[in-house]
Design a protein around this ligand. Structure first.
Ligand SMILES: [Mg+2]
Length: 294
């Protein structure tokens, strides 16, 4: 996988710190008129996270499905504008859960991209890390086999350790000391802490934000004609929210005092549904500039 196309790299906004507590942000629903005004005349490119954004967070990540009502809105939207779902899950997994044709899916935080025909375009640099991921997975499975509730989720380019179902405090402490020791033993892998999950990824300069810019460049979007709208709930989405901060719209899903690079917030996947519905209603009635769905 090559780096971002030069035309896109040249427009990459400067790095920004995560600046605003979520609760201090305006609601994307209440501020929809302002968002609509920014979209007007441009091609919005929707970049959506899956878990906690399009799907309610589940105790068992294997049971996550689209929130009721989102699928028909995605079917409407994909006829109106390009959609990319960028998830920490495997690309095949997220594609199956989204289940709407024409949506571009990227997994493993952007390390693994599927085109709309379901063909893989894995990150070549990350492929060199597969033996380390295999060894880490084997070690963690062995060491945590007597800890009730731990879920080790192997993805193509990541190993995720979920503790959502570990209820015993001492087990939880032991689990995290094992995870810390594994992190020290595998310096070529980067532990990424999310909500009740730590995921080990190849330690290379790639994240959801880089993936988003690369995908936009690959699809040939001109920065002055496209408006990325990024929606995500987790710290792993902050790279993408930061990447669109200057030339797009970042919407964080959640509440609380966590700092975010987003410009707007919605409370939960139900409000994501409400936002996407308003956006579809708006795009439905306007005359779009010609777009090629990647
Ligand atoms: Mg998420």
């Amino acid at each position: 996988m090559a780096g971002p196309a030069e035309s896109v790299a040249a427009t990459t906004p400067p790095e920004h710190r995560d600046v605003t507590p979520i609760d201090a942000l305006p609601s994307a629903l209440e501020a929809f008129e302002a968002i609509r005004a920014r979209v007007d005349g441009l091609t919005p490119i929707l970049c959506l996270d899956f878990d906690g954004t399009l799907s309610p967070i589940m105790d068992d990540p294997a049971s996550a499905v689209l929130l009721d009502g989102i699928e028909p809105v995605l079917r409407r939207l994909v006829r109106l504008t390009p959609i990319l779902v960028l998830s920490g899950r495997d690309a095949d997994d997220v594609r199956a859960r989204v289940g709407v044709g024409g949506i571009l899916c990227a997994g493993s935080h952007g390390f693994d991209v599927l085109d709309t025909d379901g063909q893989h375009e894995p990150n070549a640099e990350a492929s060199a890390y597969l033996p380390h991921l295999d060894a880490l997975e084997a070690r963690l499975r062995t060491e945590t086999q007597d800890i009730a509730g731990v879920v080790i989720d192997r993805k193509r380019f990541g190993v995720a350790v979920h503790d959502r179902q570990v209820t015993d405090e001492r087990d939880l402490e032991r689990l995290w000391s094992l995870v810390s020791a594994a992190a020290e033993a595998f310096p070529m892998l980067r532990p990424l802490r999310g909500k009740r999950v730590t995921e080990f990824l190849p330690e290379i300069d790639w994240n959801k934000g880089r993936a988003l810019l690369w995908l936009l460049g690959r699809a040939g979007y001109r920065a002055d004609a496209a408006l990325p709208i990024c929606i995500g709930d987790d710290v792993t989405d902050e790279d993408a929210l930061r990447a669109v901060r200057e030339q797009g719209i970042g919407i964080v899903v959640g509440t609380g005092s966590r700092l975010t690079s987003a410009s707007y917030a919605v409370r939960d996947p139900a409000e994501v549904l409400a936002f996407l519905t308003q956006l579809a209603d708006f795009l439905d009635v306007r005359v779009l500039p010609a777009v090629d769905v990647p």
